[in-house]
Design a protein around this ligand. Sequence first.
Ligand SMILES: Nc1ncnc2c1ncn2[C@@H]1O[C@H](COP(=O)(O)OP(=O)(O)OP(=O)(O)O)[C@@H](O)[C@H]1O
Length: 273
Amino acid sequence: MVPSLTIEGLSVVYGRRPVIDNLTLPPVAGGGVTALIGPNAAGKTTLLRALAGLVPAKGSVRLGQAARVGPTAPIVHPIELTALPISQHARHVTYMPQALPQRVALTVFEATLSALMSARSEVVLSQAQAQARALEVLERLGILDLSRRGLDELSGGQRQLASLAQSLVREPTVLLLDEPTSALDIHHQMRVMQLVAELARERSIIVVIVLHDIAQAARYAQRIVVLEQGLIAADGPPEQAITPEMLARVYKVEARVEPCSQGFLQVIVDRAV
Ligand SMILES: Nc1ncnc2c1ncn2[C@@H]1O[C@H](COP(=O)(O)OP(=O)(O)OP(=O)(O)O)[C@@H](O)[C@H]1O
């Protein structure tokens, strides 16, 4: 069985303006990465925040178990996430916001450990097990050398990595990441994306990640959802969703989509139209 997230008729309104408009998405299965892409102000962050229970939304977000991956697989034991109070919601869903975390007086290790302890309130982990788990995440992210540094003395990229460690260590059923590589150099972008994909696979986590880098999305995600003005403009595997037609229609650019020598899709933008 794999966890499965289904969204039906989801709407978010700010004032009188609908930002997410009656959005329905076939089940998102655990074990893979789904990239949410789209132009500025399309509603990507709002959708993640609605899935995290952080903005009022109408409609249904159900988390269940599926016997197999696929849009027609029956979902069993569904929980209606929109009906849960935020404290219970947070047991299933972890959201990493776009903004870098506040500069607080904790070390990177203490902040990671405290994120783990707050997530695992129902699971009994010994102090030694929790510490080992926190160190493992820091090591896999390549920031073990920062573990004793204060969060208030880190660079922007280092703070983003520390924030990622706090999200990843919780091993939620659903992990929502909002532009988690925006402050990172190319090495750390690749490292983070590889680790997120590995953890999704190893622990059957449902990962939904907002990215602006379309080539990065195509490389690491099995499924691409393109959002445009609160509606789904495309949804499918990278080679189906990322096409010159979609890029012209949604992003207003003239672009070519070509596989590189290693087979990953590349987007070559010729001009804005
Ligand atoms: N708290 C808010 N109150 C009112 N309007 C909001 C609020 N947050 C976002 N919006 C509006 O909702 C729309 C979608 O914003 P959102 O941040 O979800 O877009 P996005 O796709 O994540 O954009 P970007 O790629 O620029 O980060 C925008 O028009 C934005 O101005």
